[in-house]
Design a protein around this ligand. Sequence first.
Ligand code: SF4
Length: 463
Amino acid sequence: MSKIEQTNRFGNSAITDIPDNVPMFSQPGHKLRTSNNIVDRSALSNDYQVIDTSQLTKLPGQKLQSISHDDQEGIIRLEAGNEHEQHVPNQFTGPSFRTQKERFRFDGHKMMHHLDRVQAWQNGQRFAPVHIDMGLTKFCNTACLYCYAVVQNMTKGTMIGREALLNFVRDCGKLGVRSLGFIGDGEPTLNPTLYDATVLAGELGIDTAMATNGLLLDMDRAHDLLKNMSYIRFNLSAGTPEGFRRVHQSKEANFHLLIDKIRELVKIKKENNYKCTLGLQMVLIPECFDEVLAEAKLGAELGVDYFVVKHCSDSEYKEIGIDYDAYLKIGDVLKQAEQFSNDHYVVQVKWNKINAAGETNLYKDGFRKYDQCFGTPFLLQISGNGKIYPCGPFFNKERFYIGDLHTDSFYDLVATSERYWQVHKDVAESVDVHKDCAIGCRQDYVNKFLWDLKNPPEHINFI
Ligand code: SF4
């Protein structure tokens, strides 16, 4: 018996016992069991018959090679033009493909990491949202062509007041809200309480993140943001000053201002070893198709962590006027952009949504792959004026109005009020997601997961 010790493909030491009298092939083979030595199983059989290779069928371009070993014969199939590389059918040939771990999940959900809340929902209990997306203002300093907020009644100067915002963050801490995204509605850096709210959330153990155009970001508070936020995402849909002017309807000089700020943030982050991830997000519309590659390259040069490309969500009345069929023409360029990825920089396209254009007319016109919306108590959205609704597309729809951070305690709303839970129930029971909702809303992936959970197939134990 020979003992063969080797490191297996999972990096562990593995000892394999192989009987001395077992016949062996010399080709590289199944590493786990035989440590590169392939047992010639045909030779173990008494009924072994010599194969007439001329009788065997071959794939086009394939070559057959006979192998003789101790009075036994076998064949190996070789690919044409690659005769030195011997492919052994149906046998694992040593270290091979590795599935890359997903560093970020841009194109999906993470509900499996919050099963305690899922269980509370299944048991009909009250529970705090896992995540809340919220605007901090209702106005902006740019006018991007793709902006969804313009269909949500933007009002200059409107923002959540300082005390209301800080009290809300404290309530989130008490309730056990796990993360806050200052994302949606107006530009968050226009609310001066952004920085203190972020620091307070950090002290209370709540993760925070922000999506910003970055132009007004106060660099004197850069450390507070980088120290406390999980990520800062820059809404940038151009890789050149000219494209920036066109898509964001801002001055070309602002492109340079933004790039300088991002460069400085990357430097501060690296010098201080802050965990905050810095990324660029392009909302893809036909007007910026020609900017994709330039921005992918720019992100690599800046040293940010990622560049993500997402589709543009239109409203249920198609007020932004997105032609989803146009996405079908840009697939090659997007794949080329993904090639800029390296060990420190992820370029990723949200293919699920972009490919919706290639789906049936039903899906791309807004029909969902589920019939009810259960996601809003898990992922709530709050408008930049402090008004609470179950989701962004329903901002300003009074039937779904839950309360106002300026007059209501968020803690009381979730823990004791009837109104909060009645609105979520109304959404789940009355909203026709195929007709009443924006295309591909923020809760879409979560809804699909919860719908599947609520509507199990037969034989669930046969996993
Ligand atoms: S499915 Fe409809 S109701 Fe539910 S979150 Fe999305 S837009 Fe809102």
